[in-house]
Design a protein around this ligand. Structure first.
Ligand code: FES
Ligand SMILES: [Fe+2]
Length: 363
């Protein structure tokens, strides 16, 4: 992040701290229907959108070298991401052209994908490498896996699960320079956890989109480190960025502006449409993706931790870090949201309210 941007953001935090306004605000509070989280028809429309929209699924480190692959799910559509021997990333629907079996599972290294059903194999660009007993098949034209649009930009991998969708240039809606400055392409994927929970996929995203709850829900865990006021919000088109200062920001020497840096003293969170939250933390990065489950009341969460190069931390440190961030978000955020999801079905309230102090949610 450019120094001028960091200084600007610190100045904005300081205005909030000194004049008691607290946090960036929207003009008015906003009501939304509770049914947005429960209505099956709306949910079906959302799922269709989620298979089409270009989606940030991870950093380049999820395909760490040539001849690697990783399977991702986009609203129920399985996509194989590959990095071929030339380093080029491909997105392929995970559907064998023989009789439809999924050709890959999980992630790993391979020069070809081999279908587990009858053993047809594919090169990592999706073209058919070999049909076992090819003499029994009369098609003149060998069919490969179906490609989908994929883009690797500034260390981030975006994909759509719809073969008709094109990916344009404006993926991050003006945040390119800022994101490029983090050199995310050099980060290594430490680990990913996936787990299903009984809450609407949007509720899982919502829990990241305000710092208002930090002082209450995370009183014991995050509040000692992070201010629940003073959060900044900036839209980037339909994406958005929140900055939550850590309490250590109090240590900045007011007289030494030339030495100020925001990054050690803030959690910087981007929401990328449609369902990804990317968090830059002092010494690592996290990617959360909330996939819709089979019904409006279920979702599957993917949590990944990425580690910058040349850091001196041990593997145990990162393991503890991943365990802790899953534990805090799961036992505190997601379990509270599962309660909200149950409550939506009681008819207690036909709407909810996003306060003026929750501008990212409103956005
Ligand atoms: S379905 Fe893949 S080889 Fe038959
Ligand atoms: Fe939270």
């Amino acid at each position: 992040m450019r120094r001028e941007t960091q200084l600007e953001l610190i100045d904005r935090i300081n205005v909030h701290r000194s004049d008691g306004r607290g946090t960036d605000t929207a003009a008015t509070s906003m009501r939304i229907p509770t049914s947005d989280y429960t209505d099956p028809e709306r949910f079906d429309r959302e799922r269709r959108l989620l298979t089409k929209a270009p989606t940030l699924v991870g950093l380049s480190g999820m395909l760490p070298k040539p001849d690697t692959f990783a399977v991702v799910d986009l609203a129920g559509r399985s996509v194989v991401l590959t990095r071929d021997r030339d380093g080029v990333v491909h997105g392929l629907l995970n559907v064998c052209s023989h009789r439809g079996a999924e050709v890959a599972d999980g992630c790993g290294s391979a020069a070809r994908l081999s279908c587990p059903y009858h053993g047809w194999t594919y090169y990592l660009d999706g073209s058919l490498a070999a049909q076992r007993r090819t003499e029994y098949f009369d098609d003149a034209e060998a069919r490969g896996l179906t490609p989908v649009a994929v883009a690797e930009r500034d260390g981030m991998i975006w994909v759509s699960a719809d073969p008709q969708t094109q990916i344009g240039d404006d993926l991050t809606r003006g945040a390119e320079d800022e994101l490029r400055s983090f050199d995310l392409g050099s980060y290594r994927l430490f680990g990913t956890r996936s787990f299903g929970r009984r809450l609407n996929w949007k509720l899982a995203i919502d829990t990241f989109m305000e710092a208002y709850h930090v002082g209450v829900l995370h009183r014991e865990t995050l509040d000692p480190m992070i201010y629940s006021d003073y959060a900044l919000f900036d839209p980037f088109g339909d994406h958005g960025r929140m900055v939550s200062p850590r309490r250590s920001i109090d240590e900045l020497d007011e007289t030494a502006r030339a030495e100020w840096s925001l990054l050690p003293h803030a959690t910087i969170l981007w929401y990328f449409q449609p369902n990804t939250v990317f968090i830059y933390q002092q010494d690592h990065a996290q990617v959360y993706r909330a996939n819709p489950g089979p019904t409006a009341d279920e979702c599957v969460l993917d949590v990944s931790l990425y580690v910058p190069p040349n850091n001196l931390r041990s593997e145990r440190h990162w393991q503890r870090n991943l365990d802790l961030l899953v534990e805090v978000t799961d036992t505190e955020d997601f379990s509270t949201m599962a309660g909200a999801q149950r409550g939506f079905h009681t008819g207690a309230h036909d709407s909810l309210v996003f306060g003026r102090n929750e501008p990212a949610l409103q956005h």
